[in-house]
Design a protein. Structure first.
Length: 124
């Protein structure tokens, strides 16, 4: 699996009540991969996929511009997250201190099913 397949899988499991927009912006660097909206609110998500489950820490896959964009939206009061998929589940990063480091520390792995439930709960 790769990032595209991971995102496609997530989108295929979302209920129709969740609006999903796979963002593809070739002109503005740092824009996240997707935006989700529902009756409860909205959330931007940057997706990454790593082929192997890391032990404790791994190199941050986000670019500097992605880190800046996500952090700026948090400061505006927007909901944002980074979802790092891997063969055993998803690492969900929801705060700037989790995604601004050069090395990301593994704190909690959730299943894909639990990630989808979290995403649905954020917007509906």
């Amino acid at each position: 699996m790769n990032e595209h397949g991971f995102v496609r899988y997530i989108h295929s499991k979302l209920p129709l009540a969740v609006y999903r927009w796979k963002i593809s912006d070739r002109f503005s660097a740092g824009i996240p991969d997707a935006w989700y909206s529902g009756a409860k609110g909205s959330v931007f998500v940057e997706y990454k996929y790593i082929q192997r489950t890391p032990k404790k820490k791994y190199a941050n896959p986000l670019t500097v511009l992605q880190r800046m964009w996500l952090t700026a939206r948090v400061k505006e009061g927007r909901s944002v997250a980074v979802a790092v998929g891997h063969p055993n589940g998803v690492y969900l990063l929801q705060a700037p201190e989790q995604w601004t480091q050069d090395e990301l520390e593994i704190t909690q792995c959730i299943t894909r099913k639990d990630y989808i439930a979290w995403l649905v709960n954020q917007v509906s």
